[in-house]
Structures are given as structure tokens and as C-alpha cells.
Design a protein around this ligand. Sequence first.
Ligand SMILES: [Zn+2]
Length: 266
Amino acid sequence: MQSKFENNQDKEKLVDIFIKLYRIEIFKDGLDLILSKLKEKKLQFEIRLIKGWDTNQGCFLTQKKSFIDKAVEKIDKIFYRQELKIIIRNLSYNVLAHEMAHCFEFESGISLNEKFREAIALDMNGREADFVPLKSQIKRLMIDALKNYKPEQFLSELFARYFELLSISRNVCQNGDFQTQEVMDFFVNTTNFINKIFNPLIKKQINIDIADKSFLLIEQIKFDVNEKKFQENFNSYAKKTEPKKWTGSINSNAKWLNDWKKSNKD
Ligand SMILES: [Zn+2]
């Protein structure tokens, strides 16, 4: 199974966004899981223009496909395998983060109706963030937007939107209005659930090689978000290292990324 891109630029951009999401520490296991599923060819990305789907800009699909396991002598035994697909209409941090969160929620097999429900309720019921930009994003993403969904989708949406909120923080986008830590501080119980319950649960599905290599990648893309001169630093870093070289150095230290690119070549 291959991922579908309309052009090479889209592929490069997707990889770039994907890499930068590793700046959110709590996202590492989820991203590693996505890479593991891509490697196992159980998941594919597709970028194309589609209207009217989840968040209007992306969707996560699961499709049951039947196949006959040739290893089994009895041919009448038919197995079902889930084919996973993430379709992105708009290549941006929040869309990608949102849809990937749906994907690793699905892969985890967890019921959000238990511990996650408790955690998010503790964080959101009767509470508001002190910091106005964060408060308004929470209202937009996690309260107002839910009106377009059925109640049975609420928990899954809140789960995806927690990661979406993290993805628009300053640790990822240089023009973000709040820091990742501010989101995590407000959603203290949810963050705790992800760290203590969710991430350990999905770890066993992660390719060990990928998990190791993404640690190297994280070291490379670290920066200090508390620095006032952040923008300048970023610019000088970008200048110092030519774009070509920069991509090259990432690739050489993260062979899996190269492999992934190769495996996705048409
Ligand atoms: Zn969604």
C-alpha cells in the first residue's frame, strides 16, 4: 500500500510538519506509532481536495478488507484486516495532528469512555484558562465545534482536539499564541492520562528501531521557546544551514524517514 500525493512538494511539506510535531514530547509515542504503521504498510496518507469531512480539512478512515491468509492450508478461512487511511485536504499542523490522533486512538483500542472521560471532565468542567488566547482556542475547538458532532463522537473529538491544541502551540509553530506547557498545565489530568495510561499502552505497537531513531531526531529539532530572540535564532539557523544540507542531515540521522520516503515513491 502506498501513500498518495499529488506532487512531491506536498510530500516534503507533510514530512516537514510531521518532524516538527516531534517537538511536543507527549506526541512522540503517537508519532512513532504512525511511522510504525506506515512501515508495516497498514496505514497510508493521502492528500487531495475533499469537501465536507471532519474539520472540513481531513479525515481518518478505517476500512475492513478481507484477505485469505496463504499460510493457512484451509482456504476457506478468511481474515479481516483494517486498512487505515489519513486523508488530508489542508497540509497544516492542526489538521495533521487532529487526524493522526484519531488514528492512534483507533490503534490503541482504548475506550475513551473511562479514564479519559474522567480526566477531560476534571479539566474542563467549570474551568477556564487564565490566558485569554488559550481560553478562546479551547472554546473554539473543544466547545463550540462539538456542536457539529453527535454526542457519541464527543470524546474522540476532544481527544483529537487536545493534540490539535498542542500542535498550534509555540513549541511547534513559531507564531503560536501560547506554549505547549500552558496547554499541558491547563489540561493537567488529560496530560496525565496521555503520559501515564495512553502512551504506555501504545508503546508495545511501536517499532523499536523507529522509537530509537526519533530520539535522535528530537535532539536535532529542539529549540528554546522561552527565548525572546526565538525568531532571530530560527532565522540565523535557517540561514547558516542551507535548506538542502538541512534536509540531508536530518535524513542521514533518521534513516527511517528516508526509507519511508522511498517506500512511498510511486
Ligand atoms: Zn475529528
